[in-house]
Structure formats: structure tokens, C-alpha cells
Design a binder for this molecule. Structure first.
Ligand code: PEP
Ligand code: MG
Length: 855
């Protein structure tokens, strides 16, 4: 029996059920993307079958059981033909129920089509419809068709009998009843809980609507050249021009794409027959249609088409699926061809998607054997043999063997091992822990806080939650983009910094209004920063220069020195090394600003922790082991991050900063000799009181004066402080008169504002975020409400005292697009982030400036 129908008028100007013409009231927000695209194709005079669009509201009513006048709807199309229904959600990525084809097939049509198209085509159409109606509308078990031979002469009788048996009623013969059933089932499928959760996971709002398009079928089966396929004008992986797709004779929908289908290539191809050879006129027409769509829809489109007795029909157009690399090239080519503006090209690329171009990635088609997950701390993927110590990583590198360094957590002693490894995996830590910061700096894939895996470093093994054990030497892959650890070696895509990427970045630089510098500690980092066109170095963490084996020993001698003179003499040995470091940085940066932060970490980070290290140290210093052990223990602190570090060291052990200042000034003179004059920026870490700055400034000024006197060379320098304690932000007005710039160290500022350890927060962060205690990990996304308030306050108060104060952010947040938006609004002059994040930051900054411009 037919369901009761609503007497609503089905007419051309009814926005809820509208025949798609060039001027019909169809919009993406009310009818979905597919309906809107079809209208655009109609406007281009392309051969699109007649189509009726149902609005989100109409589909919602249908789901509630309120059926429109179906006879009138069918009358808008060819009443003697078959029809199909396809979903039309606002964003195609949100999914939707599958299309149902061949509605209207019944015994009578089967009989007449058998005469006009032949029995085989009529059988295929009817059997296919019975099958999809049974599964999607009557919700019968799909297995009921498993044993049927779809080519059998009596396939329709078999399918009809099976339907009648399972549904306990005959297969509906009335077209309105068939259509009503299909519309209702598709509408209800969309409103079901699992479909809703699925699309919400893809970013759809809870109340996202579904539109439906009801379209006349072009059969794709029958006499002459008939079939269906898809075509696009670019390669989805590279974005380079290439006519590609698949075509299958005597087929419908997306049959040509099914694995095992005997489909043809689109363009002539050495690997097999093609549509170009089989139906050259149709091929040329399709190419011309696709080119017109590209130009007028301002996008690379994939056409879904049907050929009916040699004539081409376009059923649909969807945005070509694309890798991030292809997305960049497509956007750049569209702008270069004058189809879109450069600004629009920039706005079309999600900044974080550039990570896919900057780092090797696991091939999206590769099978993933995930053995554990953690925090995605540094993007990219790499494979290697498991090693459990920095020394083993170095030995592995010396053998030319890729390795993954696995540690409970890393500390400065692991840096050389990290340099030697292909990837790093730690059990503990969060997004700003040591491994994460260094990993991002080196462009090294890194997963931290992988607490789902049991780390057994003594046994040299990793035990996974599913009971597997991986030992030293076993091959694993770290995917730092997804936060996954995988067994084995999946296929990879190489990084792709091609000409399209460079072009897009040049456009971004022309558009943006905030500078992006890099955090770079070594000449190699500085070179990467230059390659990524950073506007200078915003943070050089000088302590990273002291971990080379030859420097570490001198450093330890300095730490163990009892008297200032002994300390000075150890530092004398470090001075030329530091001078060389800085000279090289200045030379690489060729006149771009370089901001050098004076020594920051607690000294005991440079001391050994295990017995054999202590023994080596005792030997190097010619001291009894017991003495060395006692002194190392005495230097330990309960809370080192709040202890003797940063400017507190600068004040209590001033010889270190004296040596560093001298090395900076001498390097300034050396680098200025064969280039533009260098004006170094010197930054004091962990300031919390104005007097700290006064004391350090007096000594640095004295060192500068001494170097000027001895060398007879004039030079300038800029002094600044890191604002990374809440007190420094609050007392910014006192501090600013003594310096040229403030750099907000949002890592420590976040740690101290929340009272949240950077190194331990990873343990409970996911529970906190899951339960909505924090909306995000504040070490990852700047907490605009709390930490941000301190930052704004510090900026305002600082500028009140000194209007020309340069302001920047150099914590890890500097590279995140959301934080850059906040910084721009707060009047920050530049952000500084790991070199590999510089391109992402440059694009994000450009998008913010463009958004402001277009309002
Ligand atoms: C910071 O605290 O934000 C910062 C940049 O310094 P570090 O990460 O070296 O403590
Ligand atoms: Mg800090």
C-alpha cells in the first residue's frame, strides 16, 4: 500500500522540491553540494540528465514519515524512464547513504527493455535494482544474493522469489512506492545515530542536513557504445596535468572503479586499451567538458559520466581527491592560469597539510600494523631498527643502518643519539618535552608519551598491549604525524618541496604582515631556517652547543671548578668554540637578525647520572669517584625547572654569561668583516625581576666595552629578556626600560601559569582533554584565556614603558596557526618556531592577513 502523501505542491519554484534549472532556488547550505554542482553544470549547458533536488528540510520531513506527492515529483522527470536517487550533503566528506539506481524497474519495464536493449541488459538492470532495494530499503540480509549467478538467464525470477520469501510480500511494482521507500530509507539512514557520530567525527555539526537528488537514469547498458566511468584532468598524487580515470562498457555508477572490473584506461596507455581508442569522440567531448568545468567551477573536478549509444552524459562532478602535494600544485596552477586569484590559492591550502610535503609520510594506501600510540610530537614517518641508547644509535648510524631511538624520556645527553637516529620514541613526555622539542628542531619524526607500550629498557624490549614483544634490532616505524608506532616497514611517500610549493610560499610572504623566525641552535638548523626562508633566528638555545663530547668534558671541568679563576680558565677553552658557532650562524643568516639566548638549563643536566659515567668523569678530573659522586648528588635539585637555572645562574655564576657575551661580540666583529654589519640580539632567560636584568646588563655592557677597546671596532647589540615567568609578564613595565625586546617563552609560561610540568603532563593530558577539563593540550595550543591574558598584559605593560619594544613569541606555540592568530591580534611583531614549522607558520600568517583584508 502507498504511504499517505502530503498534498504539498511539487513545482518549479518550490525550494524544497525543485527541478534543477539555471535559475532554480538551489543552494549548498539548503540542498547540499551535489545539487548545487548539478545546477552549475546545467548553467554551463553540459549534458546533465534532468534532476529534481530535495532540500534538507524536505528530507528531514521524509525521515519523520511525511512523504511528498511522489507522482508529481516523478512527473517532473521522464515518467517512462528509470530514476536514481543520490545523497547531497553540504560537504561531500561527511558521507551519506549510497546512491540507489534503476528505480522504476518492474516486470513491465523489464519486458519492454528486453525488447529494446536485449535480455542481458534488462536482466542486469532489474536484478541490480531488486538487490539494492532489498538491502537498502527492505533491510534484508545481503547474504541472500551470495549464491546467485548475476549472469544467469533467470536471475530476475530468482531475485524476485528470494525477495518475496524473505520480505513476505511481493516485490513492489509501483514506481511511486519504490521511490517513496528509497527516499525514506536514505533519509532515515542519515538521521541514525551511527551515521551522525561518523560525520561528526569528520567535523560535521550535529544537525547537519542531507539533501537528495532524484535524477533520470541514463542506463549505460544496451546497444551501441554504452557504459560509465570517471575522468579527471590531473594526477591525484602529484597534481600534475594528466587525463586519468576509468571506463567500463555496459556498466553503471562507479562500477568501472571496482577492483577486478575489466575497465579501460581513459587516455591511450601502453598498459591496455583505452576509451580514447574505443570511443574517440566521447573522449574528446569529456575532456572538453572537464576543462570547461575547471575554468567555470574554478576547481579541478572529477566527472562521473555515462555513455549511452555513443552520447556522453554527465551525472555528477566532484572535487578531485588529492594529496597535500597535489593540492598545492592544483591551487598554484589555477592561479597561474588566471582562474583564481593568488589569495584564493593561498586560502585553499590547510597550513598543517604542508607537513605532508615537508616530511616523508606513510603511503596512505599502505597497510598499518599499529602496535602502539602516543602523542604526535614531530611530524613525518621513518623506519629503523630499535635501539635503546644514544650510543647504540650512533653505532647504528656509523654502520649506515637506520634506527629508531627508544627511551623512557630523552635528556640533553641523548642529543647526539637523536642526531644519529631516524626517529625517536619515548614512553613519557608531552608536546614540549625534550624529545619533542629537539625532534621538531631536527625534523625528526617523534612520538612521545607512548604509554600504551610497556618499555623494558633493561631487557631491551618493548611489550605491546596485544602481547607482542619487539626487541633491539627489530624493525619498527614511527609515524610522528599520527602519533602511531607500527611494526615493520610500510611504503612511504618522499617529501616534495617542488616548484609549486616554492611559488605558493613566495605568494604567502607577499601577503603576510607578521614575521616568522626560526628557533635554530646549530649551523645545520640555521641552514634549514634559511632554506625555509625564515626572517631570522628568533631563539638560539646556546646550551645545545655544549653537548659535543670534547666540549662536555670542559663544561664539566667548569662546573666542578671551586674558584672563579678555575671556572674562568675552563670557560677560556669554551670561548673559541662558542665564537666559531656564533660566527657561523651570523654568516649563514647573512644579515638576518639572530637572537641568542644565554645559557638556560640547570648545570647538573651536564653531569653523568650512571655509575660508569661518574667513573669516566672522576678519571677526567683526576678526582676520587666518591668525591665526584658526592658533588653530583649535592647539585641535584628537587624541582630543577624552578631551581638554579636561567638568569639565576647568570647572577650567581656570572663567568658563563661573560664568556658567552664575549664570544657573541667577537663573532659579531668577525662576521661583519666580510658581510653587512651584524647587530646581535642577546636574550636573558627566566627573568622574574627587574634587578636581574640590571645586573646582567651591566656586565654585558662591560664586556662589550672591553671588546670594543681591545679590538678598536665599533658594534651595536640589542638586549632582551624572555618573558616566561608570570611575574615577568606582570612586572613588564619595570623590566621593559632596560631592554629592546621581549620574547614570550610560552613553554615555560604555560608550565608556570598552570603549575603543570612540561615533562610530566603527557601522563594525564589525554584524560584531561577527553573529560573537557582543558579544551586542548595547552602546550600544543596556546591557552588564550589564561596564558594569553598574561601575554597580552605583558605586551601592553611593556609597550607602555617602551613603545618601540619589539615583541615576539618563541615557545612551541609560535608555529601553530591558532596561536599565530592570537599573536597577531596581541600586536606581536614576529613568531619563532622550529625550522620545519616555518612554512606552516608563513602560510597561516598569510591566510590571517588575507582574511582580515576580505573581512
Ligand atoms: C619557552 O620556555 O617557551 C622557551 C622557548 O624556552 P625553552 O623551551 O628552552 O625553555
Ligand atoms: Mg623556557
Amino acid at each position: 500500500m502507498l504511504p499517505p502523501t502530503r498534498g504539498a505542491a511539487v513545482q518549479q519554484d518550490n525550494p524544497d522540491i525543485t527541478f534543477i534549472t539555471a535559475s532554480a532556488p538551489v543552494a549548498t547550505a539548503s540542498h547540499g553540494g551535489r545539487a548545487k554542482c548539478l545546477q552549475r553544470l546545467v548553467r554551463l549547458d553540459l549534458p546533465v540528465p534532468r534532476t529534481v533536488a530535495l532540500s534538507f528540510d524536505e528530507v528531514h520531513r521524509i525521515a519523520a514519515g511525511d512523504t511528498p506527492d511522489l507522482e508529481a515529483l516523478i512527473a517532473l522527470l521522464n515518467p517512462d524512464g528509470l530514476i536514481c536517487v543520490r545523497p547531497s550533503s553540504e560537504d561531500p566528506d561527511w558521507g551519506g547513504p549510497g546512491a540507489v539506481l534503476n528505480i522504476g524497474m518492474n516486470d513491465a519495464r523489464h519486458a519492454s527493455l528486453s525488447k529494446t536493449l536485449g535480455a542481458a541488459a534488462a536482466n542486469a538492470l532489474y536484478a541490480r535494482f531488486i538487490q539494492s532495494y532489498s538491502i537498502h530499503v527492505a533491510r534484508l540480509d545481503p547474504d541472500m544474493f551470495d549464491d546467485m549467478d548475476m549472469q544467469a538467464d533467470d536471475i530476475c525470477e530468482q531475485a524476485l522469489d528470494a525477495y518475496e520469501f524473505e520480505a513476505e510480500e511481493p516485490f513492489p511494482q509501483d514506481v511511486s512506492q519504490q521511490l517513496g521507500g528509497v527516499l525514506r530509507s536514505m533519509a532515515r539512514a542519515w538521521e541514525g545515530t551511527s551515521a551522525r557520530l561518523l560525520r561528526q567525527a569528520k567535523g560535521a555539526p550535529a544537525d547537519a542536513g542531507l539533501g537528495l537528488v532524484v535524477q533520470e537514469m541514463v542506463l549505460g547498458l544496451g546497444l551501441g557504445e554504452c557504459g560509465s566511468g570517471v575522468l579527471q584532468l590531473v594526477n591525484s598524487t602529484t597534481g600534475l596535468p594528466q587525463t586519468t580515470g576509468r571506463y567500463l562498457s555496459q556498466s553503471q555508477g562507479r562500477d568501472a572503479l571496482e577492483t577486478g572490473a575489466a575497465s579501460l584506461y581513459i587516455e591511450r596507455d601502453t598498459r591496455g586499451p583505452s576509451l580514447e581508442e574505443q570511443a574517440p569522440a566521447a573522449f574528446e567531448a569529456l575532456k572538453a567538458h572537464a576543462a570547461l568545468m575547471r575554468e567555470k567551477l574554478r576547481e579541478e573536478m572529477q566527472i562521473e559520466f555515462t555513455i549511452d549509444n555513443g552520447r556522453v552524459h554527465i551525472l555528477d562532478g566532484v572535487r578531485v581527491q588529492r594529496s597535500a602535494r597535489a593540492a598545492v600544485r592544483i591551487a598554484v596552477r589555477l592561479a597561474e592560469d588566471g582562474i583564481i586569484s593568488r589569495e584564493e590559492a593561498l586560502m585553499r591550502i590547510e597550513p598543517r597539510a604542508l607537513n605532508e610535503l615537508l616530511h616523508r609520510q606513510i603511503d596512505p594506501k599502505a597497510k598499518r600494523d599499529v602496535i602502539g600510540t602516543g602523542i604526535a610530537a614531530s611530524p613525518g614517518a621513518a623506519t629503523g631498527r630499535i635501539v635503546f641508547s644514544a650510543a647504540a644509535a650512533q653505532a647504528s648510524a656509523a654502520r649506515g643502518e637506520a634506527c629508531v631511538l627508544v627511551r623512557r624520556e630523552t635528556n640533553p645527553e641523548d642529543i647526539r643519539g637523536m642526531h644519529a637516529a631516524s626517529a625517536v620514541l619515548t614512553e613519557r613526555g608531552g608536546i614540549t618535552s625534550h624529545a619533542a622539542v629537539i625532534g621538531r628542531g631536527l625534523g625528526l619524526p617523534c612520538v612521545v608519551g607512548a604509554s600504551s607500550i610497556r618499555f623494558q629498557p633493561k631487557k631491551r624490549a618493548l611489550a605491546t598491549a596485544d602481547g607482542r614483544v619487539f626487541r633491539e634490532g627489530d624493525i619498527i616505524t614511527v609515524d610522528g604525524s599520527e602519533g602511531q608506532i607500527l611494526a615493520g616497514e610500510p611504503a612511504m611517500h618522499e617529501a616534495a618541496l617542488d616548484d609549486a610549493f616554492q611559488t605558493l610560499m613566495a605568494w604567502a610572504d607577499a601577503a603576510r604582515d607578521i614575521d616568522v623566525r626560526a628557533n635554530a641552535d646549530t649551523p645545520a638548523d640555521a641552514q634549514t631556517a634559511r632554506n625555509f626562508k625564515a626572517n631570522g633566528i628568533g631563539l638560539c638555545r646556546t646550551e645545545h652547543m655544549f653537548f659535543d663530547a670534547d666540549r662536555l668534558t670542559v663544561m664539566r671541568e667548569m662546573i666542578f671548578a671551586d674558584a672563579s679563576d678555575d671556572r674562568r680558565s675552563a670557560l677560556e677553552q669554551l670561548l673559541p668554540m662558542q665564537r666559531e658557532d656564533f660566527t657561523e650562524l651570523f654568516r649563514i643568516m647573512e644579515g638576518q637578525p639572530v637572537c641568542i639566548r644565554l645559557f638556560d638549563p640547570p648545570l647538573h643536566e651536564f653531569l653523568p647520572t650512571d655509575r660508569s659515567g661518574l667513573r669516566d668523569l672522576a678519571e677526567a678530573l683526576s678526582l676520587p669517584l666518591s668525591d665526584v659522586t658526592r658533588r653530583v648528588e649535592a647539585m641535584g635539585e628537587y624541582n630543577p625547572m624552578l631551581g638554579m637555572r636561567g638568569v639565576r645562574l647568570g647572577i650567581t655564576v656570572p663567568e658563563i654569561y661573560d664568556m658567552q657575551a664575549r664570544a657573541i661580540f667577537e663573532a659579531t666583529i668577525a662576521a661583519s668583516r666580510d658581510g653587512d654589519p651584524v647587530v646581535p640580539e642577546i636574550m636573558i632567560p627566566l627573568v622574574s625581576a627587574k634587578r636581574e636584568v640590571e645586573l646582567v646588563k651591566t656586565r654585558i655592557d662591560a664586556v662589550a666595552a672591553a671588546v670594543r677597546t681591545v679590538t678598536g671596532v665599533k658594534f651595536d647589540y640589542r638586549l632582551g629578556v624572555m618573558v616566561e615567568t608570570p611575574r615577568a609578564a606582570l612586572r613588564a613595565e619595570d623590566i621593559a626600560p632596560h631592554c629592546h625586546f621581549f620574547s614570550f617563552g610560552t613553554n615555560d609560561l604555560t608550565q608556570m601559569t598552570y603549575g603543570l610540568s612540561r615533562d610530566d603532563a603527557g601522563r594525564f593530558m589525554s584524560a584531561y582533554v577527553q573529560q573537557g577539563v582543558y579544551p586542548e593540550d595547552p602546550f600544543h595550543t596556546l591557552d588564550a584565556d589564561g596564558v594569553g591574558e598574561l601575554l597580552k598584559l605583558g605586551a601592553e605593560r611593556g609597550r607602555r614603558a617602551r613603545p618601540d619594544l619589539t615583541l615576539s613569541v618563541c615557545g612551541e606555540h609560535g608555529g601553530s596557526p591558532e596561536s599565530i592568530a592570537f599573536c597577531r591580534k596581541a600586536g606581536i611583531d614576529y613568531v619563532s618556531c622550529s625550522p620545519f614549522r616555518v612554512p606552516v607558520a608563513r602560510l597561516a600568517a598569510a591566510q590571517l592577513a588575507i582574511s582580515d583584508k576580505i573581512g
